[in-house]
Design a protein around this ligand. Structure first.
Ligand SMILES: [Zn+2]
Length: 276
């Protein structure tokens, strides 16, 4: 078997049960929700959450809440169809930490924060490198960092082609860029000419947070015991990633399973996209 075939075989195995190693709440309760509900804010009829107001329309007890280690802003392309974007999942599941802006509306880019843009620009680094850069400045092992190299991450929510047009914005170009490790998308929505590693926004946020946690865990490992004693923002990174952000895929997994119960995976165009 050549390299490409090995890759495709591996992917087939993951595709059979893409969420099996994740800690995602059972969403079968969503099947008991009958019909639609009127959103209390915009009075439109919605199913589980309102994709224009980013709020649940069903009882909050049916929807998990996820606490994130940093703030996340999503800049949404106005041409992106509201009901189809997965960015909204993040705002509904992690309302305290996620904000959505519809371009040209923009988040405030404060100098007091350490902001990165998730975008594969020419100068983009990976997340691991952000933690290492910081580490190198500290020559003494005894010094314990009490901060994180990133406090806010910005994602662009748009199709593969539209992303490039938002990145033309000068304010964004000045931000350091971060690229995610490659992961194959499980998004069922077919996008013309996009490769399968082009992730849905909610998958990208989830992937980012796992890499962030893993890098933080590695970089603070040495000082773990001392950090544990302190009541710092780093204390949650004293243990390995244990699925704490997996519920961000709560609606994504639910919808994935719905689609797969109706259509045959091998016939869905989205999964036939090239792997590289
Ligand atoms: Zn609404």
């Amino acid at each position: 078997m050549n390299e490409m075939n090995v890759l495709e075989e591996k992917q087939k195995i993951i595709d059979r049960a893409p969420f099996c190693n994740m800690k995602i709440d059972d969403s079968s309760v969503l099947d008991t929700v009958d019909g639609r509900t009127i959103c209390g804010k915009c009075y439109k009829s919605r199913k589980f959450f309102c994709y224009t107001c980013y709020t649940p329309v069903i009882d909050q007890k049916y929807i998990p809440r996820v606490k994130l280690p940093i703030k996340i802003d999503i800049i949404k392309d106005p041409r992106e169809i509201d009901g189809k974007s997965t960015a909204v999942h993040a705002a509904v599941l992690a309302p305290q930490d996620v904000k959505i802006y519809i371009y040209p509306d923009f988040p405030v880019l404060s100098k007091n924060e350490k902001i990165v843009l998730i975008f594969p620009s020419k100068t983009a680094t990976n997340i691991e490198a952000l933690f290492q850069e910081d580490g190198n400045q500290e020559e003494h092992d005894s010094i314990i960092r009490t901060d994180l190299p990133v406090t806010r991450a910005i994602f662009i929510d748009s199709t593969w082609h539209q992303t490039k047009s938002i990145y033309k914005e000068q304010k964004l170009r000045e931000l350091p860029c971060v690229v995610l490790r490659s992961r194959v998308s499980q998004f069922w929505r077919h996008q013309k000419k996009s490769p399968r590693w082009y992730l849905a926004t909610i998958e990208a946020i989830h992937q980012f947070l796992i890499e962030f946690h893993t890098s933080a865990f590695e970089s603070y490992k040495e000082n773990r015991l001392e950090i544990k004693d302190r009541d710092s923002e780093l204390s949650e990174f004293c243990r390995e990633y244990d699925g704490q952000y997996d519920n961000l895929l709560y609606f994504f997994k639910y919808m994935y399973e719905k689609i797969h119960s109706i259509y045959d995976h091998d016939k869905l165009k989205a999964y036939k996209r090239p792997l590289i």
